[in-house]
Design a protein around this ligand. Structure first.
Ligand code: NDP
Length: 331
């Protein structure tokens, strides 16, 4: 049973030295527990926060411990009444080929609904983040302009499509022409900005959003967000979902800027945590599954083959290697 251990805490951008691959015994499930063999593992930006020794909304991991991850896998052995051998299950497990969990903390995955990997993406945590963050915080109205950063990622790509379904004009910001093409040619985004190619982000946002921005869904923070704030309309909503451009920062970034504009626009800036809607996850999954089946919401996955490549897949998130949801498939 191979496992990835947090070997050391990163300073700035994580490196391979922060991870250690170890062999261990396959664990035995106790009373009420289930043994799961991982098929797909999720790497997510929030994991960077858990590698840090600082209080945040997710608890820090201890150095020397096996890291945690969202996993979809096969039930190998079950001491829980709701699971039996051969079932597919998902839950917050480990960066490991096998892991045990309390059956109460696992959810069954229906392989007939969609490919099981989607339980970690469009039908899982990122999809639910997009669903609630868009409908409950960004609140797009017909005719609004919605601007999304991190637009070609797991969350952002779904945010844009739900905003289209709500009747908005949608503009996505992402870091590669291939990503912008996917958003505008396949997902129905009205315009896109490749921020890595833009000489002047402020001007690029202005050009792509000639009527200003009514809702800004922020996955990245930093200069992209500065540019977005400068184009907010009266009564605009800003949904602060992630700040990935700052996760590897070694110095405290400059505080919120350009807030004088909020006086004039009376815009609302609101952070969100998907777990606050835990009581409504079923509703989100059901609606997202329906949209996936009708083709109203399309998704893409970037699948890294091989459990041994998990840290590399994680590090790729900070270089924008992924289009859509980044997963690792155990071969
Ligand atoms: P993504 O699939 O979007 O992957 C991360 C992407 O971020 C990369 O592909 C890259 O794309 C972009 N990126 C990386 N570095 C930078 C940078 N310096 N500036 C701008 N863009 C950058 O991840 P998720 O969809 O899983 O997560 C998106 C955001 O949402 C993250 O910030 C995450 O922490 C947050 N989140 C928050 C939740 C909550 O409850 N609040 C729940 C889930 C996620 P590119 O090529 O465009 O640069």
């Amino acid at each position: 049973n191979r496992q990835w251990i947090l070997e050391s805490r990163p300073t700035g951008e994580p490196t391979m030295d922060n991870f250690d691959l170890r062999e261990s015994e396959i664990p035995e499930p106790d009373h009420g527990e289930v043994l799961v063999e991982s098929r797909y593992l999720s790497v997510d930006p929030y994991m960077r926060g858990r590698m840090r020794d600082a209080e945040s909304y997710a608890e820090p991991w201890d150095v020397g411990d096996v890291m945690q991850a969202g996993v979809v896998g096969d039930v190998v052995e079950s001491n829980h009444p709701e699971f039996e051998e051969g079932d597919v299950a998902t839950g917050n497990l480990r960066w490991a080929e096998y892991a045990v969990a309390d059956g109460d903390d696992l959810q069954p995955v229906d392989p007939d609904l969609a490919p099981v990997s989607t339980a970690l993406g469009v039908l899982g945590m990122p999809g639910r983040t997009a669903y609630f963050g868009t409908l409950e915080v960004a609140e797009p109205e017909p005719g609004d302009t919605v601007l999304v950063s991190g637009a070609a990622g797991a969350v952002g790509s779904v945010v844009g499509q739900i905003s289209k379904l709500a009747g908005a004009r949608v503009v996505g910001i992402a870091g590669a022409d291939e990503k912008i093409d996917w958003l505008t040619e396949e997902l129905g985004f009205d315009a896109g900005i490749n921020y890595k190619e833009a000489d002047n982000l402020y001007a690029a946002v202005g050009e792509a959003c000639p009527d200003g921005v009514d809702a800004y869904f922020d996955n990245v923070g930093g200069e992209i967000t500065d540019a977005a704030f400068a184009h907010l309309n009266v009564r605009a909503r800003v949904a602060v979902c992630g700040q990935i451009s700052l996760y590897n920062a070694t110095e405290r970034p400059m505080g919120p800027r350009k807030l004088a504009g909020l006086i004039e626009t009376r815009a609302r800036v609101e952070g969100l945590l998907v777990r606050d809607w835990a009581g409504r996850f079923g509703e989100a999954t059901e609606q997202l599954a329906e949209w996936v089946q009708t083709g109203d919401v399309q998704y893409r996955e970037t699948v890294t083959e091989g459990f041994e490549n998990m840290p590399e897949a994680f590090l790729g998130l900070f270089d924008g290697v992924n289009i859509g949801k980044q997963l690792v498939e155990v071969e």
